[in-house]
Design a binder for this molecule. Structure first.
Ligand SMILES: Cc1cc2nc3c(=O)[nH]c(=O)nc-3n(C[C@H](O)[C@H](O)[C@H](O)COP(=O)(O)O)c2cc1C
Ligand code: SF4
Length: 418
C-alpha cells in the first residue's frame, strides 16, 4: 500500500540545501539552461501537455495561464510565488521550500524567462520565518553565479531579481489581490476584479501568481525527456501530487502520490490509519474551505474528477481526517472560528455571515436551534457564496453546506447530534 513516488520530490535529501555547488552537482540549473534555448510559448505548451493545474486551490490550467500571461504586452512582468500556505492542514509547500529551495529559485527564473519578468516575489507566511535564511542564501548564491541580476546566462536584456517577502499572519493574504496589496505595503485586503492581475497586478505591472508546488514542477518537467511524469496518473489527472494529511491519523505528513491512489491507501497506507483504530467521522478535503465526506469515499481514487464526482475537491491538497470522538457540529464550529477570525471584514456578507453562522452553530450544539434558525443559516451560507467580494467569503461555507448534505440528521431540529 505504499504509493509514495518521487518525481517532484526527486531532489529531496540529494543535495546540501545551503550550497549552489551541491545543487549543480545533481544537475541544478540545467533546466534553466535548456529553457533559455526554447521559445517561451513552447514551455507553456509543455506545461499544458502535462495537464498541470495550479496547486494553490483553484485548480486553474497552468499552461494556459503562462501562455496568457506572456501575451500581455510589456517587458517588466512580475512573477509571484505564493508561499502563504494558510489553509488548515495544508503543509506541502513547506516541504518543497525546506528540502529543495534551489529548485524553486530555478523555477522562478524559468518563469521570468517565459513571461519577460524583471522582478519575482516569494510571499511567505509569517510562520515560515525559519526558512528565510535558507531562501535568502539561495537567492544570494544564484546571484553570485549569474542566474540572477543582469544579462542572466549572458543573454542580453534578461535581467531579473527575486525578493523575499514575509506576510504578517493573515490567511486572506493568500488570495492574489490581497497578497499583492500586502507586497505593495498596503493593508492586505482583496480588491474587486477586473483589472485582472495578469494585466495589472503588483505595482500595476502584469503579474503571474503561482503556487510553490506549481512552480516547483517546472524544472522537472523540462528535463523529463522520458515522460516519466505522464506515466503517473489517471485520465485528465496526469502525474503526481503533493498532499498533506493531518488530523487523527497515526502518521500525519506530506507525501507525493501518483494521481489515482485511493483515499484508503492515503489514509491507511501512507498516514498509518486512525489513531486507536477508531472510526472515521469525516474527512475534509482541500483545507478549511473544503467539502467533507464520510468513509464511503475510501475506495475513491484521488483524482480531480473522482473527488468531484464524490462532492469534494483536491483544492490545496490537504486531507483532514476526523475520528468519531469529534462531533460534526464541534468540527464545523472550529472551522467557523477560523473564518470569523480571518475574514478581513471589508464586505458585509462575509463579515456578518461568518459571525451569525457561528451563533447558530452554537444554538444547534446547545439543542436550542429552531427550524427557522437552520433555514436562516442555510440562506446566509448561500448568500455568502454568491455575494462576497473574494474567494474567502465565497468558499467559507463549503464545509457547512456539504455537512448539511452528508449529515442531514445533524441539522434536523430535535434530532440527535452525530
Ligand atoms: C482566502 C484565500 C487564500 C488563499 N491562500 C493561498 C495560499 O496560501 N497559497 C496558494 O498558493 N494559493 C492560495 N490561494 C489561491 C490563490 O488566490 C491563487 O489562486 C493561487 O496562488 C494561484 O496559483 P496556482 O494557479 O499555482 O494555484 C488562496 C485563495 C483565497 C481566496
Ligand atoms: S469576502 Fe471576506 S475576506 Fe473577502 S473581502 Fe469580503 S470580508 Fe474580506
Amino acid at each position: 500500500m505504499n504509493n509514495k513516488v518521487s518525481f517532484l520530490t526527486q531532489n529531496f535529501g540529494k543535495y546540501d540545501t545551503s550550497s549552489i555547488d551541491s545543487y549543480m552537482k545533481i544537475g541544478g540549473f540545467s533546466a534553466l539552461r535548456k529553457a533559455v534555448k526554447m521559445e517561451g510559448e513552447d514551455i507553456a505548451t509543455l506545461i499544458a501537455e502535462n495537464k498541470v493545474r495550479g496547486r494553490g486551490g483553484a485548480e486553474y490550467d497552468m499552461g494556459r495561464k503562462w501562455s496568457q500571461a506572456r501575451k500581455v504586452p510589456g517587458n517588466n512582468h512580475i512573477i509571484i510565488c505564493n508561499a502563504d500556505e494558510g489553509e488548515t492542514t495544508t503543509f506541502k509547500d513547506r516541504e518543497l521550500i525546506k528540502n529543495d529551495p534551489f529548485n524553486l529559485i530555478e523555477a522562478m527564473i524559468i518563469a521570468a524567462y517565459v513571461m519577460r519578468a524583471t522582478d519575482g516575489y516569494i510571499y511567505m507566511r509569517a510562520e515560515y520565518a525559519c526558512f528565510r535564511p535558507l531562501l535568502l542564501n539561495a537567492i544570494r548564491q544564484a546571484h553570485k553565479y549569474g542566474f540572477l541580476g543582469k544579462n542572466i546566462l549572458g543573454i542580453e536584456g534578461f535581467d531579473y531579481e527575486i525578493h523575499l517577502y514575509s506576510g504578517a499572519g493573515a490567511y486572506v493574504c493568500g488570495e492574489g489581490t490581497a497578497l499583492i496589496r500586502s507586497i505593495e505595503g498596503k493593508a492586505g485586503r482583496p480588491r474587486m476584479k477586473p483589472p485582472f492581475v495578469k494585466v495589472s497586478g503588483a505595482f500595476a505591472r502584469p503579474t503571474c501568481l503561482q503556487n510553490v508546488e506549481s512552480l516547483s514542477l517546472v524544472p522537472h518537467l523540462l528535463l523529463d525527456d522520458e515522460k516519466v511524469y505522464q506515466s503517473y496518473g489517471v485520465g485528465d489527472s496526469v502525474g503526481t501530487k503533493m498532499i498533506s494529511v493531518g488530523g487523527n491519523v497515526r502518521h500525519p505528513g506530506a507525501f507525493e502520490i501518483p494521481f489515482g491512489t485511493t483515499v484508503r491507501d492515503i489514509i491507511y497506507g501512507l498516514a498509518g490509519g486512525i489513531q486507536g483504530d477508531r472510526k472515521i467521522r469525516l474527512i475534509q478535503f482541500g483545507g478549511a474551505s473544503g467539502k467533507i465526506a464520510t468513509d464511503d469515499i475510501l475506495d475513491t481514487p484521488y483524482t480531480y474528477q473522482d473527488l468531484r464526482a464524490h462532492g469534494v475537491m483536491v483544492g490545496s491538497g490537504a486531507l483532514c481526517v476526523v475520528d468519531e470522538r469529534t462531533s460534526v457540529i464541534d468540527f464545523l464550529r472550529i472551522n467557523q472560528d477560523f473564518f470569523s477570525e480571518e475574514s478581513c471584514g471589508q464586505c458585509t456578507p462575509c463579515r456578518e455571515g461568518n459571525l451569525h453562522i457561528k451563533i447558530i452553530l452554537d444554538k444547534i450544539k446547545a439543542g436550542t436551534a429552531t427550524k427557522e434558525d437552520i433555514a436562516v443559516m442555510e440562506k446566509i451560507a448561500r448568500v455568502m457564496s454568491m455575494s462576497s467580494l473574494c474567494g474567502l467569503g465565497e468558499t467559507a461555507q463549503n464545509t457547512l453546506r456539504s455537512a448539511i448534505e452528508v449529515f442531514p440528521e445533524v441539522f434536523a431540529v430535535g434530532g440527535a447530534e452525530a
